[in-house]
Design a protein around this ligand. Sequence first.
Ligand SMILES: *[C@@H]1O[C@H](CO)[C@@H](O)[C@H](O)[C@H]1NC(C)=O
Ligand SMILES: *[C@@H]1O[C@H](CO)[C@@H](O)[C@H](O)[C@H]1NC(C)=O
Ligand SMILES: *[C@@H]1O[C@H](CO)[C@@H](O)[C@H](O)[C@H]1NC(C)=O
Ligand SMILES: *[C@@H]1O[C@H](CO)[C@@H](O)[C@H](O)[C@H]1NC(C)=O
Ligand SMILES: *[C@@H]1O[C@H](CO)[C@@H](O)[C@H](O)[C@H]1NC(C)=O
Ligand SMILES: [Fe+2]
Length: 472
Amino acid sequence: MGVRWEFDVVFTLFLLLGLNILWLAQVCEGGFTSTYVRNGQLSRDMPLDSDVFRVPPGYNAPQQVHITQGDHVGKGVIVSWVTPDEPGSSTVLYWSEKSQLKNSAEGIVLTYKYFNYTSGYIHHCSIYDLEFDTKYYYEVGIGNSTRKFWFRTPPSVGPDVPYTFGLIGDLGQTHDSNRTLTHYELNPVKGQALLFVGDLSYADAYPFHDNTRWDTWGRFVERNAAYQPWIWTAGNHEVDFLPDIGEGKPFKPYKNRYHVPYRASKSTSPLWYSIKRASAYIIVLSSYSAYGIYTPQYKWLEKELLKVNRSETPWLIVIMHCPLYSSYVHHYMEGESMRVMYEQWFVKYKVDVVFAGHVHAYERSERISNIGYNIVNGICTPISDESAPVYITIGDGGNLEGLVTEMTEPQPSYSAYREASFGHGIFEIKNRSHAFYSWHRNQDGYAVEADSTWLHNRYWNPSPEQSSIAIL
Ligand SMILES: *[C@@H]1O[C@H](CO)[C@@H](O)[C@H](O)[C@H]1NC(C)=O
Ligand SMILES: *[C@@H]1O[C@H](CO)[C@@H](O)[C@H](O)[C@H]1NC(C)=O
Ligand SMILES: *[C@@H]1O[C@H](CO)[C@@H](O)[C@H](O)[C@H]1NC(C)=O
Ligand SMILES: *[C@@H]1O[C@H](CO)[C@@H](O)[C@H](O)[C@H]1NC(C)=O
Ligand SMILES: *[C@@H]1O[C@H](CO)[C@@H](O)[C@H](O)[C@H]1NC(C)=O
Ligand SMILES: [Fe+2]
């Protein structure tokens, strides 16, 4: 990505013309590197006896309750939870606030083993054909220690439906993770659904990937994930591949615990899928599954992009774990091979924004592309491109690995803003032509926008730049 060209250019100039030119090259640097200084200490995982991990009281009480979208358009919800003592009931009772009549849906229950860990009873129950834009109450644990929650379905899919997505990545379960979640909850701009860009529990930091840390994580995020859907993306910390101890099936804990509606978008794997929600079409990709030509993910995405109707869902959002553009030193260019495969499609189909995590810091790009390069022609510099997405790295949820602070210098011209602080993002769709994006750092007051920008939809808000690009 980015900086292969930069090294080449700078190095060649250095050889040819000497240090003066190297200095000049640095003058032509990119966007803004924040000078905000925060304490860079590693944050430890919250201890097992922390309040956020408390087991709900009562015999076989459901815990780790979370919801996600359950169909392609937002009339379905998947409710998941764990019972510790016995399977108990997989039924969900639910009713809209407008009615007293309780409906019931029947789910499934499963368990899995990971080395010497045996999971609790994991329940997944899909509810279909809900009314749009309606508050529903629901109950799980019918029979013993019933617990009640609620959610609100999104408005019917359409071009002018305002909707607000939260963005969190690489969350983990440290005190910083708890701050990130608290700031998201107390942000006066309320996220209605959360786009989670991968790396959930970091249970794999423990010996034998001690899966009890998957359980604590489930209890930690319940306070939000039971009330609004979290749209899941798998990261490298979901792979859990440990053949030496007999765990050779990738994504085992993740796939057992987090079910997603992948069949609704004709996907053959829960690791890549799409949903529509209000005015947005969201495509979830897997950085850690094959994505080369002829692979299932490639073939699915090729067809999927053709299905997006921008008159119906003007906002096309792609989420994945590993960023395609990042100017931090850590994980530098890890997304390069997926960029080579998919960036041309993102430009062709005018994806509005690509959200990723993985790099434990924050960065927002300009609209740029780097699709002219074919190894031999030397066109390897990302250029300003109004058809290209904005790339946002939001891997700053606050996990136990801490922040990455080392950046490539000078800041590449594609990088608009970068800062190594923990935080979350908010993507606020106003209507078919305008969306407002903001990033919120954990050290600030809940309302502070540390970075923000308007996104202009290029279908519905043609700009002068766009016409000039069209002529080019
Ligand atoms: C986590 O944050 C919540 C909400 O701010 C707070 O009530 C709780 O005490 C915190 N827990 C820990 C272990 O920091
Ligand atoms: C799993 O095995 C490890 C290593 O032998 C041990 O420390 C741990 O206590 C075991 N856990 C369980 C649940 O048996
Ligand atoms: C759990 O629920 C079952 C079925 O309703 C009931 O028979 C049993 O007594 C309950 N157990 C406890 C400990 O409440
Ligand atoms: C695209 O969506 C619009 C608005 O919902 C609808 O009128 C049109 O028929 C759709 N086009 C196709 C090809 O489905
Ligand atoms: C869309 O939202 C923007 C920002 O709030 C506003 O300026 C613009 O007038 C709106 N457009 C329409 C057609 O409502
Ligand atoms: Fe990661």
